[in-house]
Design a protein around this ligand. Structure first.
Ligand code: ATP
Ligand code: MG
Length: 416
């Protein structure tokens, strides 16, 4: 096959059976989000590169290696969004929405990252996500985690995940911890991966996030963030945990959980499964009190998460099949003309109708079987003259004669 006919590496066609799974994830998430007061928002798929480069941090993997950036025909530096928090916050600032806090948003859509494709890891992938903007209290963190847990529960995957929880503290805690890490990793710099030696200067916290075996081994002995938390940060984290405990949401404390993005403060969390190999994170997020300010808006706290639709789709049960259609089977020119009109009327009444435009009775009946039609409505010349149709129940294999005027009523029994 010619190269142009292959999808680009890391992209895929979502054929109907897979798309149905995506749709189930999106609709379930949207339904629960609405009950929590999260309204749907959509921001552009591409933004000025600055929208992502600044807040995500010039030293993160996403910005250093994974962004799809290009200069457009007008000379603008553009990036396909690698995640949607920066876009939503940009939209809040652009539309001056900070006048009416708090804001609660739900979104879903395509994200783009130049990564090595694997099972559950693509270059164009899809996320659901929520953002709660303008709530500085730890109850906000509890709310978004509870919403995530509810969605996972409704999808039947919560029981197969573990919630990992950590705190990154406030900037002051972070500064103290940073110094401790520089001291620790600095003493072992020769054992670090090349990437992590760079991180040591720019962002030592990120070394804890490394997937390199040597880095992981070294990280095991690194100082713990907990020992560097200010009393206020300690208290914040305790209140988040108390809130989760109160709701019966189970979690494990994971001091190694440092989110991949620079603007996170306090709570970091990740629902992880062992079912997808090393692509175990299905829904992840945290608090980002520093983001709005970094992006040039008024200092405004925020907390949210994003879930990977591809990964969730792999874990959910087969969604219900679409409604089985009614097959219209006209025999002869006059019947075909009638069938065209009848199909239109039935569709307007909410029935799913299949009408083939050619073929004899046998061929049309085979098609009705193939598309798993529930009933076939057969209209021949004789039936037409007497204003009747043959209604065949394809499951029961029975056939009855029905006046055309009573057809809709009789078909109602087979709806859906
Ligand atoms: P990972 O550690 O797996 O690379 P991440 O920390 O980069 O994840 P986030 O930026 O937190 O991921 O994105 C939230 C969720 O989006 C992830 O938990 C995952 O389910 C999904 N996700 C992230 N990158 C991809 C990808 N390339 N393909 C498919 N899903 C992805
Ligand atoms: Mg990643």
């Amino acid at each position: 096959m010619s190269r142009a006919l292959q999808p680009v590496r890391g992209t895929q066609d979502l054929l109907p059976a897979v798309m149905r799974r995506h749709r189930a994830v999106i609709e379930t998430a949207r339904g629960h989000a609405l009950r929590f007061g999260y309204d749907e928002i959509a921001t552009p798929v591409f933004e000025f590169t600055d929208v992502f480069a600044r807040p995500i941090g010039e030293t993160t993997d996403i910005v250093m290696k994974e962004m799809y950036s290009f200069v457009d025909k007008g000379g603008e530096e553009i990036t396909l969004r690698p995640e949607n928090t920066a876009g939503v916050v940009r939209a809040v600032i652009s539309n001056a929405l900070t006048q009416s806090l708090p804001l609660r948003f739900f979104y879903h859509g395509s994200m783009f990252r130049y990564e090595r494709p694997q099972k559950g890891r693509f270059r164009q992938f899809h996320q659901i996500g929520v953002e709660l903007i303008g709530v500085k209290e730890p109850q906000g963190d509890v709310e978004v985690i509870a919403l995530g847990a509810d969605i996972l529960h409704a999808l039947g995957v919560l029981e197969r995940t573990e919630l990992h929880l950590n705190t990154l503290g406030d900037p002051e805690s972070r500064g103290g911890y940073r110094d401790a890490l520089v001291k620790y990793f600095g003493a072992h710099a020769h054992k670090l991966s090349e990437d992590s030696r760079k991180r040591l200067e720019r962002n030592p916290l990120r070394i804890l996030d490394s997937k390199d075996a040597a880095d992981i081994a070294l990280s095991a002995g690194a100082p713990h963030f907990e020992d560097y938390l200010t009393p206020a940060s300690h208290d914040f984290f305790r209140r988040v945990r108390d809130g989760l405990d109160g709701l019966g949401i189970r979690y494990v404390l994971d001091p190694r959980l440092v989110r991949g993005l620079d603007y996170y403060t306090h709570t970091a969390f990740e629902f992880v499964t062992t079912e997808l190999g090393s692509q175990g994170a299905v829904l992840a997020g945290g608090r980002y009190d520093g983001l709005m300010g970094v992006m040039g808006g008024p200092e405004t706290p925020g907390v949210g998460w994003a879930g990977g639709i591809e990964r969730l789709s792999l874990m959910i049960a087969e969604p219900p099949a679409p409604p089985r259609p009614i097959a219209l089977v006209p025999i002869g020119g006059d019947a075909e003309a009638l069938a065209l009109k009848l199909a239109q009327e039935l569709r307007r009444d909410g029935f799913a109708v299949d009408l083939a435009y050619s073929g004899n009775l046998q061929k049309r009946m085979r098609r009705a079987d193939r598309i798993k039609a529930r009933v076939a409505v057969i209209v021949g010349e004789d039936e037409l003259k007497s204003g009747r149709a043959a209604l065949r129940d394809l499951d029961a294999g029975t056939q009855t004669d029905v006046p055309l005027t009573a057809l809709k009523d009789r078909l109602a029994a087979f709806r859906g």
